[in-house]
Design a protein around this ligand. Sequence first.
Ligand SMILES: NC(=O)c1ccc[n+]([C@@H]2O[C@H](COP(=O)([O-])OP(=O)(O)OC[C@H]3O[C@@H](n4cnc5c(N)ncnc54)[C@H](O)[C@@H]3O)[C@@H](O)[C@H]2O)c1
Length: 253
Amino acid sequence: MSGEVTLSGKVAIVTGAGGGIGKAYAKGLAEAGAAVVLADINLENAEAAAKKVTEAGFQALAVRTDVSDEESANAMAAAAREAFGSVDILVNNAALMAEIVGKGTLTTMSLDMWHRTVAVNLTGPLLCARAVVPFMKERGYGKIVNQSSGGAFMAANAYGITKLGVVSMTISLARELAPFGIRVNAIAPGYVNTEAGFASAPPAVREMVAKSIPFPFGDPEDLVPGLLYLVGPGGDWVTGHTLNIDGGWIQRT
Ligand SMILES: NC(=O)c1ccc[n+]([C@@H]2O[C@H](COP(=O)([O-])OP(=O)(O)OC[C@H]3O[C@@H](n4cnc5c(N)ncnc54)[C@H](O)[C@@H]3O)[C@@H](O)[C@H]2O)c1
């Protein structure tokens, strides 16, 4: 398999698609030929991102979704099916990241904040997977990509714990869903230039990052080829894998 990834005829859902990386994922999937559902708790941002995709001549639909709410996740999957007939690809990208910064450490953060972080970052991807899996099983095919983070492998408090949980969930779901033709993988990005990324890494951290990581900062677009590889036919023999796209951060140099 070589050449450009084509996803024509496929239907993809991207959660958190109103945010910096989600927007790029949705655009990349649409440009590869998929009809894209942009799901976000912030409908205004999802609609703005969807408008850009449709204005470029591709199919897109914005849906207000709270990934931490089972009914909302199910409604998201149903909306995708109603609009485009099926769900082939789920990108579990929504998460709380900047929102957690400055809210304390493991021993000092409020229990409410801990529960909310787990609900969005860990239970959220599971609920969205559970919402789309029945549709994928019907077709005997599906691709799920969970957004982890390099923070999963560092001391990154509640955020890191949920993102390492995403890696583990990816391994278990990959095993459980393989008999149905569904592949489940994860992407663990390094420091990405998004508003949330800047808010999560203040100047002192960015200075340290610039000194210690071989290629310290990436743009959302740098993650798109990896996503297209995993969800395209070229990635059909890959499941349970976490792809580090991080400029060498994981080497811990
Ligand atoms: N930016 C980085 O440096 C970086 C690095 C590693 C991993 N990540 C991961 O990439 C993903 C996107 O990051 P980003 O920088 O684009 O952040 P972002 O904050 O711009 O995007 C996150 C999006 O998720 C949405 N969201 C939050 N809670 C939600 C909920 N309950 N239901 C539905 N949507 C919800 C937000 O409205 C937002 O649009 C996250 O999973 C993040 O942890 C980011």
